[in-house]
Design a binder for this molecule. Structure first.
Ligand code: KIV
Length: 274
């Protein structure tokens, strides 16, 4: 009998059970080696379509494809063993109808082995969320500032800043919860509205630029590490890795230019004969 305890992945019902309990710790991640570093410390890793901007230098998320999500999703699955992995459905892969959404989401689940997908939209996506959930694909919702609607919203603007906007956003939250989503991201939302929605709905709310009262929080990992040259304004930087990388590369370049050996000096030294 092995003394090593087997690591098992967090499940969707376990995340769902965080409602009104311990906050859910979430981060985005797109690569195997960083997934390995996060895995012990977070409950849920999102392979977000923000990878279009963060990893691939795109202007927004609209150019991200299903193949890109699957490629990065596989990497994160290889690097992690414990956290629940959720993969974003990219723009154009699910909005048309529930059947197309199912076909594409099933591809994501089958090819990566992830546990769930995330899609953007409230009431208008409720039918699709129900369709997927009832057929074995757990769905995380995403309302408020939905980056795939950037052209319609006219920019990355906080949602719910006026009282007139609240009823529609509250209805979105309710629709997503009632359709069977296991959690919902509230992004870029006025603080009191996010807090109110958190009290109103039966599933965990995961805030990003929303409220400390949400049932959990998510950040784009590169934003909080200081690795994104264009981080979201509200993000607290827990490290300044961009500056660390630049400093390290500067030292390396100066070693190479000075013909200093950029490695362990002795490992390849010839053995003296005799
Ligand atoms: O794509 C992403 O990284 C996201 C998070 C910001 C929630 O959707």
């Amino acid at each position: 009998m092995s003394a090593v305890s087997e690591t098992r992945r967090t499940t969707v019902p376990e995340i769902r059970a965080h409602k009104n309990a311990k906050p859910v710790v979430c981060l985005t991640c797109y690569h195997a080696h960083t997934a390995r570093l996060l895995d012990e410390h977070v409950d849920l890793i999102l392979v977000g379509d923000s990878l279009g901007m963060v990893m691939h230098g795109m202007e927004n998320t609209l150019g991200v494809t299903l193949d890109m999500m699957i490629l990065h999703g596989k990497a994160v699955m290889r690097g992690s063993r414990r956290a629940l992995i959720v993969i974003d459905m990219p723009f154009g892969s699910y909005e048309e109808n529930p059947e197309i959404a199912f076909r594409n989401a099933a591809r994501v689940v089958q090819e990566t082995g992830c546990s769930a997908v995330k899609l953007e939209g409230g009431a208008r996506m409720a039918e699709t969320i129900r369709y997927l959930s009832l057929r074995g694909i757990p769905v995380m919702g995403h309302i408020g500032l939905t980056p795939q609607m950037i052209q319609v919203l006219g920019g990355f603007k906080t949602q719910g800043r006026t009282a007139e906007e609240w009823p529609a956003i509250e209805a979105d939250a309710q629709a997503v919860a009632e359709a069977g989503a296991f959690a919902v991201v509230l992004e870029g939302m006025a603080e009191p509205l996010a807090a109110k929605i958190t009290r109103q709905i039966a599933i965990p709310t995961i805030g990003i630029g929303a409220s400390a009262e949400c049932d959990g929080q998510i950040l784009v990992m590169e934003d909080m590490l200081g690795l994104n040259p264009r981080p979201a304004k509200f993000v607290r930087q827990y490290a300044n890795m961009g500056a660390d990388i630049e400093a390290a590369v500067r030292s390396y370049a100066s070693d190479v230019r000075a013909r200093r050996f950029p490695g362990e000096e002795n490992i390849y030294k010839m053995k003296r004969a005799g």
